[in-house]
Write a protein that binds this ligand. Sequence first.
Ligand code: SF4
Length: 353
Amino acid sequence: MLLRNKIQTWYQNNRRDLPWRNTSNPYFIWISEIILQQTRVKQGINYYYRFVNLFPSIETLAQSDEETVLKAWQGLGYYSRARNLRQGAIQIMTQYKGRVPGTYRELLNVKGIGEYTAAAIASIAFNEAVAAIDGNVYRVLARFLGIKEAINSSKGKNIFRKIANEQLDKKQPGTYNQALMELGALICTPKKPDCTNCPLSNQCIAYKNQLLNYLPVKISPKTKRTRYFYYFICADKNQIVFQKRTQNDIWRSMFDFPCIETQTELTIENLSKTDEWQLFFLAKKVELSKISPKITHILSHQRIVIQFIHVPLRNFKALHNKVYLLTQKKEAQQLPHPKPIENYIEKENLLKE
Ligand code: SF4
């Protein structure tokens, strides 16, 4: 069963007019693909415009500093993607004389460009016959062809890659790839697919056999690790302390607050017995002006339980450590912050003098 003819006609009539669809510039397509791996189209459009306005070319992205790139990315999460975009741009400037490499194989050599992104750029910008397989494509193929192999197992991935390339329209690979992704995004949605308006319904195995809720098959991920972050907001009227995250960990190079991390939940009293507390305050008893309720922030492999503890600036004694930055509140607005930090700053108006 081939779906290419039906899907192309449907796409011509139903495609959304999106800014990255009106260009064949591989740099813009690259940016859009990385953003869309993080968020939905509606929100992604604003990030796309912000990014291409700030960095209108590979050269400008390569010359930018990491903090500016992270700030433009702020809110999208998974910040290594933003760092890799910049690193990839630097690599293209030095290794490929500023031109995005024009083949799938070469694109895979660029920092941060994986199989899906390489296939999307190669097919859309360079018309190379290679299938781009994102979550939408997995879902449409699994349902239409009734494939029961798990989409996140290595065996399943190989099977889907082979089938996706057999199905590919080799004459118009870029349009075909976008059509399949668009069908998955608009019609063959994860929940309540709109089968009655689907151009594939006549031949769709999942539709005919009532397997919609069963396909695609996915193996449940391992349980997430839980971490406890106790953040200290040390501020006075005009100044506030941030911490630059330098470890090879989540949110690297972004700015959060001085933090005590623990593997288990602690009371304030037990927290005050830790070595970090001692380093921060040189005393067990500290004035605590406010303690927030705990919030949970979910990442792909981790669950972060966060509590914010407000302390007058004069109590914080660890500024000699270069990781901590005492900054004017106004200037701190320019720093890139992880999402839960940014949310708390906004909610509590922390950077208002
Ligand atoms: S008929 Fe339904 S399940 Fe099958 S491809 Fe179309 S939307 Fe998806």
